[in-house]
Design a protein around this ligand. Structure first.
Ligand code: HEM
Length: 162
């Protein structure tokens, strides 16, 4: 999906994201943990990107910073869904965008990591909501909101990458 120009994101899509998040957020610590385990399962080397994991003996599930990061991904994707529905585009405050872009670039996060995280995010949601709630439409809505958010973060990376 193109990152420039408005994306059509419907009320139904926004509702699918918010409805599933409402169920997951009660158990967000566990879900965030599973989300990151999945990322590290597919891409074990991604663990090295996180300064607070590199030199830490604290088990992953007990690491509060990893939980915070997992929550950021979920919550910011939900916010992206709401923005997409209202305006067709994702806007993150300029300063926040720069900071997010720089932090990720500086820590070595690249396209492949965002792709792995997308796969892990969608799998985690699928396993965390009742089977009867999961659908291709729900997957599409989360995927689109995530893609647009990542596109915005990557824009913040660009000057640093030159
Ligand atoms: C939509 C996707 C993502 C969002 C919303 C997000 C959000 C954030 C936020 C809010 C921070 C803290 C930034 C700061 O305080 O300056 C952060 C840091 C970081 N993120 Fe992400 N992130 C995303 C995807 C990823 C992915 C896919 C990876 C790698 C697998 C990743 C790795 C990191 C690392 C390594 C840091 C720095 C942690 C440290 O202090 O060592 N992020 N991210």
């Amino acid at each position: 999906m193109a990152s420039n120009g408005a994306v059509r994101f419907t009320e139904e899509q926004e509702a699918l994201v918010l409805k599933s998040w409402a169920i997951m957020k009660n158990d967000s610590a566990n879900i965030g943990h599973r989300f990151f385990l999945k990322i590290f399962e597919v891409a074990p080397s991604a663990r090295q990107l996180f300064s607070f994991l590199r030199d830490s003996d604290v088990p992953l599930e007990k690491n509060p910073k990893l939980k915070t990061h997992a929550m950021s991904v979920f919550v910011m994707t939900c916010e992206a869904a709401a923005q997409l529905r209202k305006t067709g585009t994702v806007t993150v405050k300029d300063t926040t965008l720069k900071r997010l872009g720089n932090t990720h670039f500086k820590n070595g996060v690249r396209d492949a990591h965002f792709e792995v995280a997308k796969f892990a995010l969608l799998e985690t949601i699928k396993e965390s909501v009742p089977a009867s709630m999961w659908s291709p439409e729900m997957k599409g809505a989360w995927g689109e909101a995530y893609d647009q958010l990542v596109a915005a973060i990557k824009q913040g990376m660009m000057p640093a990458a030159l």
